[in-house]
Design a protein around this ligand. Sequence first.
Ligand SMILES: Nc1ncnc2c1ncn2[C@@H]1O[C@H](COP(=O)(O)OP(=O)(O)OP(=O)(O)O)[C@@H](O)[C@H]1O
Ligand SMILES: [Mg+2]
Length: 223
Amino acid sequence: MLNLTDVHKTFIGPHGSTVSVLRGISMVVDAGSSTAILGRSGSGKSTLLAILGLLDQPDSGRYEIDGRDTIGLRDGALARIRSEQLGFVYQRFFLLSHLSAYENVETALHHGGPVPRRRRRQLVMEALSQVGLADRVTHRPVQLSGGEQQRVAIARALVRNPSIVLADEPTGALDEQTADSVMSLLMETTRSRGAAVVVVTHDAQVAARTDRVLHLVEGAWAG
Ligand SMILES: Nc1ncnc2c1ncn2[C@@H]1O[C@H](COP(=O)(O)OP(=O)(O)OP(=O)(O)O)[C@@H](O)[C@H]1O
Ligand SMILES: [Mg+2]
């Protein structure tokens, strides 16, 4: 479904120095699969996830989604693929503080093709129910615990039935016990919707729950 081939990415540092962050990364993500990406801080995990999520472009290499080349697509086309096929979950939940849980999930339906109001309501309520928050729909982020906020973010990532969910340290801001339940939820909900998941993590326990684990070392796969 996702096919990344020999991707390189270099950033220009503050003093004009160049940092080679990804050095020849190839990977295939099959429909419905789960992948954990482990690696030390600075190894290029977030950079790789941003490229997978079409938020950044590689300097060289190929990236196909469902057999379609994404390199060189215009912003509008990229945004459309992002909103229709990809879901994102981040360490810092990135919920909008002035919106309720319901409205935060609904924001994901504002992009891409229009969804009729009744259908929107049904989709949002399904997603919130799936993460166990049907009774928290009117709560704003400050009125929710960290774990609950991340569950809202998971509902937002799922509401459009993406074919893949990309999660960058989704449990990094949570205590151990909460992290555990949020991770279980992420794995269960993506599986039940048939979505693939790629999760960046420092936590080997998280990695133990995925189909495969890939180790990134200084921008290249280990081993
Ligand atoms: N926009 C940028 N400009 C310059 N350097 C960057 C930029 N983005 C990332 N880098 C550098 O690229 C390297 C990899 O960054 P990245 O965020 O991908 O690491 P990471 O593996 O996600 O680390 P962490 O576990 O700390 O989140 C780092 O050394 C970082 O300083
Ligand atoms: Mg990172």
